[in-house]
Design a protein around this ligand. Structure first.
Ligand code: UTP
Length: 401
């Protein structure tokens, strides 16, 4: 089938416009067109039904007191795994950080006050602490996107990787998905360029494998995956790694105890006996307020996007289809020679979410961390989970800003 037949078959003839493109632009555009994932694009018509239908029940986790009591044991197991090269860190940095309102990669944000202190720098420092404790470097995979890869790599080079050995850092790009309008027509972001967006953080493993980023480190048995925007993040934390390994579970999740029943945080629980994360708005009020015999909230564990996945399990589930979320967004687009910035949502983006991998993993250990020591998300410019709140938490933890 020719490309034009293919586009016609999918009702996307509007894309067959090559006017004004140079030979090089035309080649690049044709490459984009040939890479469209039609299964995903067609989802706008029948979004997958992602509302949980199973029976939701609380999940048992490791609380701070138990972790403290068994700290030495967990730490020993974790340190041993790290020394043996079995643990890798995966930094998810492919997001667009739209809420922060900057085009630059989120990790390049300078959160310092009296001196420069970048988010990437803070994360690397934490990883350097682990390397010093274990006497071994942890391979660090950094997932970027088409949009921020060059800027991210240049930033790390410019700052000499903040002292982390370059040989232990591998960048890989996450795959992209085409954006469509409410009629399912694929949008252009410019003449001869499709409007593409990163396909969500659930695509990290497929993208890592696609890029063959792991080939240099064949011993990896565990991947610790975490978000770029928690500036108190502790990755490859030996105690967490050791506790997950000792539990025999396929996955571990760092969690914080919810402060209030109505707190807006995704909650780790069980659905028909399998671990799952449900969004705060999916919890009924009754469930949110339910308490166990000790008086704690039954649905207690809020996720902070720091997971440890067993590599073998990831291999096993690699071919399983991860749900694709169809999300309404404001998507700037190009039409009839003009760039249009819509005032309100005008189309759909397609995203996979890492929390859906927890369910696929099959079993999960919730591992409690002290929120004031390990959770300082930078999502917004001001207000809740903002630069201001993160700075206050960093100061509280003795970081000089
Ligand atoms: P968020 O869900 O906060 O998304 O990402 P975001 O794109 O960074 O920010 P907003 O919503 O546009 O303001 C959580 C983590 O997942 C990564 C982000 O970089 C962040 O570490 N992520 C998100 C990806 O790596 N790829 C994606 O496609 C989306």
């Amino acid at each position: 089938m020719t490309l034009s037949e293919l586009l016609k078959q999918h009702g996307q003839e509007q894309l067959l416009d090559f006017t004004g493109l140079t030979a090089q632009e035309r080649i690049a555009y044709l490459a984009q067109l040939s890479e469209i994932d039609w299964d995903t694009v067609e989802l706008w018509k029948h979004p997958e039904d992602l509302s949980g239908k199973g029976k939701i029940s609380p999940i048992a986790g490791l609380r701070l007191s138990e972790i403290e009591a068994r700290r030495a044991e967990f730490e020993r197991v974790g340190v041993e795994a790290i020394r043996a090269g079995k643990v890798a860190a995966v930094l998810l940095a492919g997001g667009q950080g739209t809420r922060l309102g900057s085009d630059a990669p989120k990790g390049t944000y300078d959160i310092g006050v009296t001196r420069p202190l970048y988010i990437f720098e803070l994360l690397i420092r934490n990883l350097l602490d682990v390397a010093a404790q274990c006497g071994a470097y942890v391979p660090l995979f950094i997932m970027t996107s088409e949009k921020n890869d060059a800027a991210t790599q240049a930033f790390f080079k410019q700052h000499a990787f903040f002292g982390y050995p370059e040989a232990f850092v591998v960048f890989f790009k996450q795959q992209m998905a085409a954006c469509v309008d409410f009629e399912g027509k694929i949008l252009l972001e410019d003449r001869g360029r499709l409007a593409l967006s990163p396909n969500g953080n659930g695509g990290w493993y497929a993208s890592l494998k696609h890029a063959r980023a792991d080939e240099k480190f064949p011993k990896i048995a565990w991947y610790n995956v975490f978000a770029v925007d928690n500036v108190l993040q502790r990755m490859a934390d030996p105690v967490f790694v050791g506790a997950t390994i000792a539990s025999g579970k396929k996955c571990g999740a760092k969690v914080v105890c919810k402060a209030r029943p109505e707190e807006k945080v995704g909650v780790l629980c069980l659905e028909d006996g399998l671990p799952t994360v449900i969004e705060y708005y999916e919890l009924t009020r009754e469930m949110a307020e339910m308490r166990d015999e000790k008086g704690d909230l039954s649905f207690l564990y809020g996720v902070i996007l720091n997971y440890l996945f067993e590599a073998k399990r990831l291999e096993e589930i690699a071919s399983a289809r991860i749900p694709v979320h169809v999300v309404k967004k404001k998507i700037p687009y190009y039409q009839n020679g003009a760039m249009i910035s819509p005032a309100r949502e005008n189309g759909y983006k397609f995203e996979t979410l890492i929390l859906d991998m927890v369910k696929l993993a099959g079993s999960c250990l919730p591992f409690e961390v002290a929120r004031e020591r390990e959770f300082a998300p930078v999502k917004n410019k001001t207000g809740v989970d903002s630069v201001e709140t993160a700075r206050a938490l960093l100061l509280q933890n003795g970081v000089i800003l």
